[in-house]
Design a protein around this ligand. Structure first.
Ligand SMILES: Cc1ncc(COP(=O)(O)O)c(C=O)c1O
Length: 387
């Protein structure tokens, strides 16, 4: 039979989701794929029950129901100070995942280049390939994951560079970019006339004293920033698949069309139900931060007690653990052994790095205390079990 598409021939299956299958095979506690094992806010699920009876059940406006767009615009203004036109500057998508591919397809022609920090969330490589764009990686240097401004400028200055993809707070490394770092990126984006496509799905998951700064709010950036975000993490509804793009009207007009042909629209009843959550007051977000800080502390303190080396996250809900002491050449083999012999599943760090880095694994900790404590209990004699 004829060859299948060249574009997709290089795709591996998602390593993150593969590790979930490995976890299931060995009945390991799954700290690989990042989703909470606790419930969404009751107000949202109660509203979903109500909507089941009342509807809507048919297609909504393709770029999102009016109520969710209005609620998103209000929330964005509250947290960033940006005024957003709910009719002209928002597209509601099927998750942040669709927001990102729609944004990259909107910006890039085949042959254009996109700059991505490494380590990076694995979808960005696929987004670039599907758009025909070439990827240029700039390292975030462990252990504090800083970047070299000269290396970034070198990448930005190459011919054909159209955009940068910026994940802030970062999955996998938990970095929260400071205002000064964002200013460097913004100055260079303006200097080289680039778009910045942000992935801000963890905008509300931050550990004090770190704060989220929207790069779109820096002078000269509103017109060139395409914000991609999601309700998956903020309201613990990763299965609902609701995300969004916020950008200037010129860009949004195009994103609306790409989105319409990709998926038509997000699920109408779910948009209706989650709109209740978008109206929550500051106390919801304060409690969310407290809850995540608690989970981070339980897990990171446990890792510390076991004597494992790790980088304390500043945001998002992942921690990168340095596995150098175990002497494995291949972090995938380490993760399979960890699932089989220790009973805890993690993601090999190499799946996030463009550089040849094999000494990190990533755990996520959006879990109930009992799940985290059970995982820590199993990890306590990791050295013996992996000897
Ligand atoms: C950085 C990042 N972006 C996007 C996503 C996917 O978001 P969504 O569920 O909204 O598609 C994830 C999920 O883990 C993520 O970590």
């Amino acid at each position: 039979m004829k060859e299948l598409s060249k574009k997709t021939s290089g795709f591996t299956d998602s390593l993150i989701r593969r590790m979930t299958r490995v976890a299931n095979k060995y009945d390991a506690i799954n700290l690989s794929q990042g989703y909470p094992d606790f419930d969404p806010p009751k107000e949202i699920t109660d509203k979903l029950a109500e909507v089941a009876a009342t509807g809507p059940h048919q297609y909504a406006t393709t770029w999102g129901s009016e109520s969710i767009r209005k609620a998103l615009a209000k929330k964005q203004e509250h947290f960033s100070g940006m005024k957003v036109d709910p009719d002209k500057e928002i597209v509601v998508t099927c998750g942040g995942t669709e927001a990102m591919i729609a944004a990259v397809l909107t910006v890039c022609n085949p042959g254009d280049k996109v700059v991505i920090f490494s380590p990076f969330y694995e979808n960005y490589g696929a987004d670039a390939i599907l758009s025909g764009a070439e990827q240029i990686y700039v390292p975030l240097i462990p252990p504090d994951f800083h970047f070299d401004a000269a290396a970034l400028e070198h990448a930005f200055s190459q011919d054909g560079v159209k955009a940068m993809i910026l994940c802030n707070p970062s999955n996998p490394c938990g970095k929260v970019f400071t205002q000064e770092e964002l200013q460097i990126i913004a100055d260079l984006a303006i200097k080289y006339d680039l778009y910045v496509i942000t992935d801000e799905v963890y905008e509300h998951i931050l550990y004090k004293p770190h704060e989220h700064v929207y790069i779109s709010t820096l002078p000269g950036m509103k017109e060139r920033t395409i914000i991609c975000s999601s309700l998956s993490k903020t309201y613990s509804i990763t299965g609902w698949r609701i995300g969004y793009v916020i950008a200037s009207e010129r860009i949004t007009e195009r994103v609306k069309k790409v989105h319409d042909f990709l998926t038509i629209g997000a699920a109408a009843p779910l948009m209706e139900a989650v709109t209740v959550g978008l109206g929550f007051g500051d106390d919801y977000y304060d409690n969310l931060q407290k809850h995540y800080t608690h989970m981070k502390d339980v897990f990171c303190n446990g890792l510390r007690d076991i004597g494992l080396q790790f980088v304390e996250p500043q945001g998002a809900y992942y921690v990168m653990v340095d596995i150098s002491e175990f002497g494995y050449e291949n972090d995938y083999d380490f993760c399979v052994n960890l699932a089989e012999k220790v009973g805890v599943a993690a993601v090999p760090g190499s799946s996030f790095f463009k550089e040849d880095v094999n000494n990190y694994i990533r755990f996520h900790f959006a879990k109930k205390d009992e799940t985290l404590l059970k995982a820590l209990d199993r990890l306590a004699d990791i050295r013996k079990k992996l000897a």
